[in-house]
Design a protein around this ligand. Structure first.
Ligand code: SAH
Length: 345
């Protein structure tokens, strides 16, 4: 019999498993809290569970964890990058960013990415596979274990396009959010997409509570298609129309991420167009200075970035500038890439 990985189960599925083996329903709650509050991976440590049930669980189930390959610490910003190895030898990264009271963890959703955004290092790796639910939640649990402190905020902005691994990512976020477990509030969890319109619509229809960010990065179709080939399939105006509908239907703001590239999308005309495109939409704009990767783009100077921010200020949407954290250890946005030569089994 193939053993069940308890970390692959939703809370309801764990309840069902406990019912199926004729155990009392409160056992599911105990096990859930051992896994997600006390972060244990061995039934032996579940001290309030009888020896006979522990033996029974051991025979039919297991609790996975990620293998830490190494941790790189940024001397400039305290940011830490974790390199994990998965069961099949593939490797992924998560980035831990402490800032005052906030401890943000940036997690990956796929091994590599298929979208090939021209400026992103992960894009150059190509797509390998989707992460399983437990490989997503385990980035949070394993970082928690390593740091001794639970992350306060989660951003799904690491490797991969979360909306192309919709089911596993959303199942993981519901687990991370569950009040009897890690209990990270839904307002503290952000999912970032390059703009996969059908999944954005699905996200809206299913009324998921997590914050939504859309990587806009350009103000015309020609420009955006050059930067993000996915724009050919899901063009700018259609994307913004869907975003507008999302804000109207859900009464929630969207965060638009806009990476600034010198001489490409950082001009006065770009800022004016952005102003026009987002006018009246309840949103936030997050301006990100391009972090250098192995491609020909350049980072604008600080004056240009400030001027851009000033121009779009009339939007009334909060405009934030992301000063890149961890760029000295290749842990900033878009710098995550791994050679990922898969280990021979
Ligand atoms: N696929 C998702 C999540 C991963 S990318 C998405 O596209 O949103 C997370 C953010 O990092 C995106 O806003 C992306 O535009 C940005 N990014 C990618 N490469 C970057 C780079 N080299 N410098 C700065 N930001 C980058």
């Amino acid at each position: 019999m193939k053993k069940t990985n308890l970390k692959s189960l939703s809370r309801q599925e764990l309840d069902q498993l406990i019912a199926d083996i004729d155990e009392k329903s409160f056992r599911a709650g105990q096990i859930w809290s051992w896994i997600y509050q006390k972060n244990v991976t061995s039934f032996n440590r579940m001290s309030n569970i009888s020896q006979s049930l522990r033996t029974k669980l051991d025979r039919m189930a297991f609790i996975s964890s990620l293998k830490l390959i190494h941790k790189t610490v940024s001397l400039r910003s305290n940011t830490e990058k974790f390199l994990w190895e998965l069961e099949d030898g593939f490797r992924i990264e998560s980035v831990y960013i402490p800032e005052g009271k906030r401890r943000t963890l940036c997690i990956s959703s796929q091994v590599g990415c298929g979208l090939q955004c021209r400026f992103c290092a992960t894009g150059s790796m190509g797509f390998r596979r989707n992460l399983e639910t437990e490989e997503i939640t385990d980035q949070v649990l394993s970082t928690y274990r390593e740091m001794g402190e639970k992350p306060t905020n989660i951003v799904v902005m690491g490797m991969g396009e979360p909306f192309l691994n919709f089911d596993n990512v959303l199942k993981a976020l519901v687990i991370i959010n569950h009040s009897d477990g890690l209990a990270i509030g839904h307002r503290k969890i952000t999912i970032s997409t390059a703009g996969i319109i059908p999944q954005l619509i699905r996200y809206m229809k299913e009324s998921h509570p997590f914050r939504l960010a859309v990587s806009l990065n350009a103000t015309t179709d020609a420009q955006r298609t050059r930067l993000m080939p996915i724009n050919k399939k899901y063009p700018l105006h259609q994307l913004l129309q869907t975003a507008r509908t999302y804000t109207q239907k859900t009464k929630k703001r969207i965060t638009f991420e806009y990476v600034l590239f010198k001489g490409i999308n950082d001009t006065q005309a770009d800022a004016n167009r952005l102003l026009k495109l987002l006018k009246g939409m309840p949103c936030k704009v997050n301006l990100i200075a391009y972090n250098p990767t192995a491609n020909p783009f350049k980072t604008p100077d600080e004056d240009t970035i400030h001027h851009f921010a000033e121009t779009i200020r009339p939007l009334c949407a909060p405009v934030t500038m992301r000063l890149s954290k961890g760029d000295d250890i290749q842990a900033a946005c878009g710098q995550l890439a791994i050679a990922n030569r898969r280990k021979k089994p």
